[in-house]
Design a protein around this ligand. Structure first.
Ligand code: PGA
Length: 245
C-alpha cells in the first residue's frame, strides 16, 4: 500500500519570519496524519524550517548535480544533506521553462540525489499546446524515460514523480480527476515497462496543478494518484491544513 504524500511548493514565497510563523501555526497540528506532508521552502529558509518542522518534511526546491565548484548561486546535494534535508523537487516546469532545466540535468540531479540516499521529486508534464495536440502521453513518457536513465531498480522505487500539466499550474484550471488519473496511469505503466510491476506499484505519483482543499479528495481517491504537489493553496496555514487533514 502506497502512502500518499502532499508537498506544498512555496516557490519564491515567504521570508524567514513568515516561514517560522507558518510552521508555528501548522506543524504541531500535523501529528497523526494519514499521509506524509511537507513544505518546499526557498533555500534561505531551509535551515530554520528544519528547526521548526517536527512533523512536516522540509523539502528543497532544486539542487545542482555537481558536488562542488564554481557554480555561482547554486546549492549542492551535500549542503542540503548537511541540513538534514531528505527530499528535493527537480525538473519543475518553471525551472524547465525559465532556468534551462532539461531532461538531461533532471537525470543528473536524480542520480546525484539517489547516490546520497535522498528522495528526488521528479516533475513532468505537458504544455497547453502539447495537451491540445494530444501529445501528452508522448511528452510525459519521454520525460520519464530520460529522467530514469541509468537509475537502478532499487533506487527507482524510492523516487516520487509529480505529474503537473503546465496548463493547470497557477491557472485555477485543475485537470479533472479523470484526466489526472489517466496520465498518472500512463506514467505508472511506463515505469513498469522501464523496470517491472513491483517498481511500478511501489513508486509514488503525485498530481499537481491548482490543487485546493475542495478538489484534493477526489484527486487523491484515484487509484494511481498518491498525493499532490501544491503551489498557491499551500501558502496559507488554514488552506494547507485543509489539504492535509
Ligand atoms: P499551483 O502550483 O498549485 O499553484 O497550481 C503547483 C506547482 O507548481 O507545483
Amino acid at each position: 500500500m502506497r502512502k500518499s504524500i502532499i508537498i506544498g511548493n512555496w516557490k519564491m514565497h515567504k521570508t524567514t519570519s513568515e516561514t517560522i510563523e507558518f510552521l508555528k501555526q501548522v506543524d504541531d497540528v500535523c501529528t497523526n496524519l494519514e499521509l506524509e506532508a511537507g513544505v518546499a521552502v526557498p533555500y534561505v529558509n531551509l535551515a530554520v524550517a528544519k528547526q521548526y518542522a517536527k512533523n512536516l518534511i522540509v523539502v528543497a526546491q532544486n539542487c545542482h548535480y555537481e558536488d562542488f565548484g564554481a557554480f555561482t548561486g547554486e546549492i549542492s546535494v551535500d549542503m542540503l544533506q548537511d541540513l538534514k534535508i531528505t527530499h528535493v523537487i527537480i525538473g519543475h516546469s518553471e525551472r524547465r521553462e525559465m532556468f534551462n532545466e532539461t531532461n538531461e540535468t533532471v537525470n543528473l540531479k536524480a542520480k546525484k540525489l539517489l547516490a546520497k540516499g535522498m528522495v528526488p521529486v521528479i516533475c513532468c508534464g505537458e504544455t497547453l499546446y502539447q495537451y491540445e495536440n494530444n501529445e501528452t502521453q508522448k511528452v510525459v513518457e519521454n520525460q520519464i524515460e530520460k529522467a530514469f536513465q541509468g537509475i537502478t531498480l532499487e533506487d527507482a522505487k524510492t523516487v516520487i514523480i509529480a505529474y503537473e500539466p503546465i496548463w493547470a499550474i497557477g491557472t485555477g484550471k485543475t485537470a479533472t480527476a479523470e484526466i489526472a488519473q489517466k496520465v498518472c496511469a500512463i506514467i505508472r505503466n511506463k515505469i513498469a515497462n522501464l523496470y517491472d510491476n513491483v517498481v511500478a506499484n511501489t513508486i509514488r505519483i503525485q498530481y499537481g496543478g491548482s490543487v485546493k482543499p475542495d478538489n484534493i479528495k477526489e484527486l487523491l481517491s484515484q487509484p494511481d494518484i498518491d498525493g499532490a504537489l501544491v503551489g498557491g493553496a499551500s501558502l496559507e496555514p488554514q488552506t494547507f491544513l485543509g489539504l492535509v487533514k
